[in-house]
Write a protein that binds this ligand. Sequence first.
Ligand code: B12
Length: 211
Amino acid sequence: MGEQLDIVGKAVTDLELEEIEQLVSGALDAGEEPQAVLDAMCAGMGAVGGLFEEGEYFLADLVLAGEVMKDGLKVLEPHLEVDSMGKKGTVVLFTVKGDVHDIGKNLVGTMLSTSGFNVIDLGVDVPKEKVVDAVRDNSAQAVGMSVLLTSMVDSISDVVSALSAAGLRDNVKIAIGGACTTQQLADKMGVDALGRDAVEAVRIFESLCEQ
Ligand code: B12
């Protein structure tokens, strides 16, 4: 990793909210690829998760880390290559009911948009009715659910059932992702795919939307 990338990744890990926009601009000005800057930010965020689990960081630090990621992405997003926007299909993306984690979802949304998908981001803590409406109103090909809390996994099957009841399940492919998801859970909940990171998310939706 280049020096500028190390600095950006470390700024995320060190929660440098005041500095992040300038550092991301600096890395881009120094000629770093926007995708490499995004990867560095993700690596920095991964380290934040580790520090939380080790008891070094607390909830307030995680909230701040989310703000740092958002501010950095604001600078970065216009530079990420946009590949024939919206041509690959429409994905309705959200974090499930009861869950407010959105850093991973936002990264998935950014990667999908810059890879040519039309992304309808419904936000966090989203009720199933809102998903059904969004799929219908936008004739979406796919649904992406982010789930980090084990206590909220039933929200996944609630959405699947609501889409079935609305007669839409056969028309959409569904993928899940987030810290608490496993292939076993995906099978149990009746979804079509599981994604471990934002890069894999792009590959999965490309394959799902082709089918
Ligand atoms: C940051 C964070 C928070 C922040 C969230 C800020 C925000 N704006 O999102 C705050 C402080 C708000 C928070 C709150 C809570 N949190 Co929290 N949080 C985390 C933490 C440390 C990191 C999550 C994160 O952002 N990771 C970085 C991103 C980039 O990774 P990611 O989310 O996994 O996303 C990637 C992939 O999973 C994938 N992906 C994600 N979504 C999708 C969707 C699709 C379709 C696909 C294909 C792929 C995909 O791609 C992403 C990008 O690469 C995790 C620990 C962890 N290891 O995950 C705990 C964690 C998720 N939290 C946890 C808990 C318990 C809570 C609280 C209940 C704490 C409390 N006592 O209040 C509350 C819950 C609030 C609520 N109702 O949701 C637990 C969950 C345990 C469990 N299994 O249920 C964890 C695992 C921590 C722990 N080890 O205890 N949290």
